[in-house]
Design a binder for this molecule. Structure first.
Ligand SMILES: Cc1cc2nc3c(=O)[nH]c(=O)nc-3n(C[C@H](O)[C@H](O)[C@H](O)COP(=O)(O)O)c2cc1C
Length: 180
């Protein structure tokens, strides 16, 4: 498989098998996240690994669409050092690298967004995160329960697939979709 094809195969996984993620796999995922590039190489992040079921269930209640954290073998909380746009961009890169590193081990993951503010506070309290840090994302992580775990259930109100290339891409000027 060409590597870009493999990159495109990354899907959000929200249903997990009971198979635990081995420590060496987890450490490899964490190390790959740690090597993510950031603005001015500030590395404005810390990661909290969560395996206690009670804590995972608590975190799953801290976001409108974070339910999948409850049944994942583990959660990765992304504790950010700021909430300015650059730090948010760094967070996005970190998320993608963690997800791709997991995927390279056949381990699935999905973002659980932590919001609004009262939910963020509850999640901070659960994990002991200080006031000068921010928690917007907990990744649920685990082996997919099966092939269906890579597909959205039929009644999910989310769009599937991606917008076509010739709609997304302009050539030379915005809105010029005809390839010159
Ligand atoms: C910023 C951001 C926030 C997201 N928050 C959630 C979330 O709270 N819960 C969830 O189940 N998925 C969340 N997702 C995952 C998206 O739903 C997913 O990336 C999108 O549906 C595409 O999925 P696919 O790659 O499997 O096609 C989030 C993704 C991003 C980039």
């Amino acid at each position: 498989m060409v590597q870009t094809e493999w990159l495109r195969s990354l899907r959000a996984v929200r249903q997990f098998s009971d198979k635990p993620v081995a420590d060496d796999v987890l450490i490899d995922i964490l190390n790959t996240g740690r090597w993510t590039g950031s603005s001015k190489n500030t590395q404005p992040w810390d990661l909290v690994v969560v395996k206690h079921r009670e804590t995972l269930v608590g975190l799953s209640k801290c976001g409108a669409f974070a339910w999948h954290i409850a049944t994942a073998p583990l959660g990765l909380a992304l504790v950010m050092h700021g909430d300015d746009p650059w730090t948010c961009m760094d967070e996005g890169r970190l998320i993608q690298n963690l997800m791709l590193a997991a995927w390279a081990h056949d381990v699935g993951a999905c973002i659980g967004s932590i919001y609004p503010a009262d939910n963020e506070q509850r999640a901070r309290d659960l994990l002991g995160i200080p006031k000068n840090r921010f928690l917007r994302t907990v990744l649920s992580v685990g082996y997919p329960s099966g092939p269906d775990a890579l597909r959205l259930p039929p009644n999910t109100p989310l769009p599937r697939g991606r917008r076509p290339l010739d709609v997304v891409v302009s050539w030379e000027r915005y809105g010029n979709h005809a390839r010159g």
